[in-house]
Structures are given as C-alpha cells and as structure tokens.
Ligand binder design. Structure first.
Ligand code: ATP
Ligand code: MG
Ligand code: FE
Length: 336
C-alpha cells in the first residue's frame, strides 16, 4: 500500500510516499527556518505563504524521488492538527484536491501520532508501548496499549521541552530554533552549574520546564550584574542536563508503573544526543527487557514520511475522512 502524505502544521512543508507504513520511498521537506529566524519564532502569516509556495513543489519532488506517478498511489494522508490553522489548511486543501482529482481515499492524521509512528522506520513498535513525545509544542508520556491507541499518562504544565531549548537559546542570542545548537554546545561544555530538575518531587508523571527556564535567566542576569563571564557551552551543558534529568526521571517512573514491550522516543527534541544516550543508558540498565526504539534522527523533526506511517495505521483501521474534513489546531490525545 503506497500512501502519499502531506505535512504543513508548522514551518516545514513536506510531502512523502510511504509503503506499508514503514518503507520511505521519498520524503521531500522544505524548511522555512531562514524566513522566521530573524523574528525568533514562527510568524503564522509568513508560514502560510511559504506553504502555498512550496506544497506543489514538494509533491512533485516526492513523486520524482520515488519514481512514481499518481497511478501508483493508493491513499492520501494529511496532518489535520495540532498546529497553526493557516499552515494546516494548506496541506489539508492540497490533500483534498489530490484525493478528489485522483479518486483516492483521504486519511486524517494527528501530527503527534505521526511523530510516534516514525519509530517504525527504526524497527517495528511492539505493544504495549510507552512513548516519550518531546517536541516544540508538546511534552508527553503516551501509553499505547495497542497500535494506534494513545493514552496520555503525563504532560507538561507549562513550556514544552523544545520550547525551553528555544527560549534559553534566545537568551544566549542563538538563532531559532536553538535545540540543535544547544545540543552541540552541551557536547563541548561541562555540567558545572546546578539547575533545579523540573518537578523532581511531585508524585505524578507531569513535566514543568518554566522554573528551569527562570533559573537559567536568573543565572545569566546575576552573572551580568556582578560582571562575571559565562561559559556558554557550560551553561548549555548544565541546562540540557536538567532537561534530560527531568525527562529521564518521569520516564523511569512510567516504565516502572506500566510494563511495556517497547519504549519509543519521538518528536523534534528526540534528535538530542544527550537525551538519546541517557535513555539508552536507562533502558539497558534498569529495563533490559524493554526494547528501546528512538525515531531515527533524520525523521525526528517535522516531515511527511511520519504522517505516511501514522496514516497507514488509520488505513488499516478504516479511518478515513470525506472532503468536509476540517483542521483541528488544538488536537491532542486523550488524558487518562
Ligand atoms: P509539535 O510537534 O509539538 O506540534 P513542532 O512540530 O513545532 O511542535 P518539532 O518540529 O517536532 O516541533 O520539534 C521542533 C523542536 O525540536 C524545536 O523546539 C527545536 O529546538 C527542538 N530540537 C530540534 N533538534 C534538537 C536537539 N538536537 N536538541 C534539543 N532540541 C531539539
Ligand atoms: Mg518545526
Ligand atoms: Fe512536530
């Protein structure tokens, strides 16, 4: 089954062709980072225009890369939420148009399910599974009793993990989005500054990163006031360690409470080398029977291949939409 997928929820315009949910035949991604950099974040109006400009190009490119025509496609999958409404609309309209013109079934896909489904590009997820979904807008521990079933065990009460990287990056004068740069700086630095580990004491599976962000801001301001210089690499390393410790702490608790066969690391922040290594360590030492399945790094950021993977789950479950499908900017999984 060949699924043509579209993704346009934030600042990446992407089209991909995925076979049977796990073989990426093509994945064309146009990023707009350069247009948003100078604003320090995504400007919705600018994003929509970029999507309009790029969506047919990434579609043509995806077909070319896969050496296919629309005759080879069996269904069209598209992200309908969560995300920016004006951005989501571009992918949705394109998917509807293609589905209508070529008389193909339309599959609605939750962007977050897409991030998680990309783990299948590493190896097949075994169920029950636990997923740590860490991205620019979300930080969640998600239990998957079966394929395509999602129950949120814990989530962030304030900033998302990726958002905290981006905000600290802004403080350090780094370009948006700053996660990748901080990761590289952290690799060079020493973890010699003590920051509070977010929500360490509370007895639940929720996260909070705003306190950590404030602690970093205070540290920088204090150093400025007393005229002390700051080693930015050390600050990055110490901040990243505090984020990773918080994510590891909650993951450990969840793995102890919910016996699962596999553990998935997904979302943009899943690219973080410190996090990938710390989880590898946690799983091999404390949960050796749980298979660790991080999303391959090239598929951690927003891309349409992951939407093709989650689209295949819906395809198998008979979840289709008609042309009345609308965007759902606040879409999320259900909390339990
Ligand atoms: P959501 O998926 O919640 O709707 P989004 O799609 O905007 O939000 P993603 O594209 O999945 O978010 O992830 C982007 C985030 O990942 C940014 O905050 C970015 O800084 C962060 N990020 C990317 N690479 C790394 C890295 N190596 N270390 C830490 N964070 C990273
Ligand atoms: Mg993005
Ligand atoms: Fe995303």
């Amino acid at each position: 089954t060949n699924i043509l997928a579209f993704e346009s929820s934030a600042d990446e315009t992407s089209a991909a062709i995925v076979q049977d949910g796990n073989k990426v035949l093509s994945n064309s991604v146009a990023t707009q980072i350069n247009s948003h950099k100078r604003f320090g974040g995504i400007v919705p109006e600018v994003a929509s225009r970029h999507h309009i400009e790029w969506i047919t190009r990434v579609l043509d490119d995806a077909l070319d890369q896969a050496k296919m025509t629309m005759d080879d496609i069996d269904a069209v999958a598209v992200t309908y939420g969560p995300g920016l409404v004006g951005s989501l609309l571009v992918g949705l309209m394109s998917a509807k148009t293609v589905a209508m013109v070529h008389d193909l079934p339309l599959i609605p896909v939750n962007h977050l399910a897409g991030h998680i489904a990309a783990a299948n590009f590493n190896q097949p997820i075994q169920y029950p599974a636990l997923a740590l979904m860490v991205s620019g807008g979300h930080t969640e521990l998600v239990l998957m009793p079966k394929e395509n079933q999602f129950e949120v065990l814990g989530e962030t009460r304030d900033d998302a993990a990726g958002e905290s990287f981006d905000k600290v990056g802004r403080l350090l004068g780094l370009n948006y989005p700053a996660g990748k740069t901080i990761d590289e700086m952290a690799h060079r630095g020493q973890t010699n500054i003590k920051f509070p580990t977010a929500m360490a004491r509370e007895d639940n599976l929720d996260f909070s990163f705003s306190g950590l962000k404030s602690a970093v801001i205070n540290h920088v301001h204090h150093a400025e006031q007393v005229g002390e210089s700051i080693n930015q690499d050390d600050l990055a390393a110490s901040f990243q360690k505090a984020v990773v410790d918080a994510l590891i702490g909650r993951t450990k608790k969840a793995l102890a409470a919910y016996p699962v066969k596999s553990f998935v690391l997904a979302g943009g922040v899943a690219a973080n080398m410190g996090l990938r290594e710390a989880l590898d360590d946690l799983l091999s030492k404390s949960f050796p029977k749980v298979t660790y399945i991080p999303v391959p790094r090239e598929y951690t950021g927003d891309n349409a291949a992951m939407i093709g993977a989650a689209g295949y789950w819906n395809y198998k479950d008979g979840i289709f939409a008609d042309l009345s499908l609308n965007t759902d900017p606040g879409l999320d999984f259900d909390l339990i």
